[in-house]
Design a protein around this ligand. Structure first.
Ligand code: PBG
Length: 345
């Protein structure tokens, strides 16, 4: 609908009220709207999370994330090349091991699936995009927690923060050795950024960057991810991830990760935490990214599959909203699709 002409008449109405200030002037035509668009999302600002599963020869669809698969090494090779051609900024790799154990030894094994996939990605597309790896134990532990478990004096099991840091240091070294350019520390253990930074620097990996999942909330929106990585978690992660009600705590975690030496900080999930994201964007001296998580993806896909929303408009609206709130890059399962569509448009 174009702007109204200066002379017009509504049948049945005597005249009209004439405002002086008319913001609609700049919305009147497609070219004016394009010229006055404040926020744009570029393919280079998108990062694709990818799942690579050990021991499969064909990709396995993830039912709760239509269009997303667990990759075999062969399908991963093809997909990572497509991601590079689409011009996205990076990929974030998650491994799905065949065998899990109490301390997640698959995470530190140089021949573990995540480290194998990392070497493949670096060889295939390491010059075209940033190959990044999830640094957390939950995919590799049989109990599904992000750290190792200890038994307290009262006989209760708990996620042992300080013992987990030892495993994170070794995992960081294994990932850096495999060629990961940026380690995504998503376990929410206190002191994890400093512990891993120190291990990397001590082993000659001072160029490997750290993304601190600084403000990571204990969210229901990780639901589909649990299927994606075949998680064996019983219970929840509320003793280490943030309470969704806490805005100040998110700001504190961002501050701490920056102090500990994070090169980039993250807010996760994205859409329910845009205020936390805006706070971080305003205060952080390092880049701030956001993770549009599996449940956010699943919600839009499910509603679109019912014909209840316009799928592509909804996707673009979520991405521009996250960008507008202050994220300089967005991890999203739509990264390649959106990049390819925008370049065609
Ligand atoms: C932990 C991790 C999780 C996600 C990314 N890294 C799961 C969790 O903390 O429970 C969730 C990502 C998503 O839902 O898309 N390794």
């Amino acid at each position: 609908m174009n702007a109204e002409p200066s002379e017009s008449r509504v049948p049945g109405l005597p005249d009209r009220v004439r405002p002086v200030i008319r913001p609609r002037r700049l919305r009147a035509t497609p070219v004016l709207r394009r010229l006055t668009q404040q926020t744009r999302v570029h393919p280079a600002e998108l990062i694709l999370p990818m799942f690579i599963r050990e021991g499969i020869t064909q990709p396995v669809p993830i039912a709760s994330m239509p269009g997303v698969v667990q990759h075999s090494l062969d399908s991963f090779r093809v997909a990572v090349n497509r991601a590079a051609r689409a011009g996205i900024g990076g990929v974030m790799l998650f491994g799905v091991p065949e065998h899990k154990d109490a301390t997640g030894t698959g995470a530190t094994d140089p021949d573990g699936i995540l480290n194998v996939a990392t070497r493949i990605a670096v060889a295939e597309v390491g010059d075209a995009l940033v190959v990044q790896t999830d640094l957390c134990l939950d995919e590799f532990t049989d109990h599904g927690h992000c750290g190792v478990l200890s038994v307290s004096s009262t006989g209760d099991q708990f996620v042992d923060n300080d013992a987990s840091l030892l495993r994170y240091r070794d995992m960081g070294l294994a990932q850096a050795d495999a060629g990961s350019a940026l380690l995504g520390l998503s376990g929410m253990m206190d002191g994890q950024v400093r512990a891993v930074r120190d291990a990397l620097d001590g082993a000659g990996h001072s160029d490997t960057a750290i993304l601190g999942y600084a403000a990571k909330y204990a969210s229901a929106f990780y639901g589909p991810f649990r299927e994606a990585v075949g998680s064996s978690l019983q219970g929840d992660r509320r003793s280490y991830q943030l309470d969704p009600a806490n805005r100040r705590e998110g700001a504190r975690e961002v501050l701490l990760d920056v102090e500990e030496g994070a090169d980039v900080v993250m807010v996760k999930p994205a859409m329910s935490y845009l205020d936390v994201l805006a706070d971080a964007a305003a205060s952080s001296p390092v880049p701030v990214w956001a993770y549009q998580v599996s449940g956010e993806y699943a919600m839009v896909e499910a509603a679109a599959a019912h014909g209840w929303i316009d799928r592509e408009r909804a996707i673009d609206e979520t991405l521009v909203g996250i960008r507008r709130a202050g994220a300089e890059a967005v991890l999203t399962y739509w990264a390649v699709e959106a990049a390819e569509r925008w370049v065609r448009a």
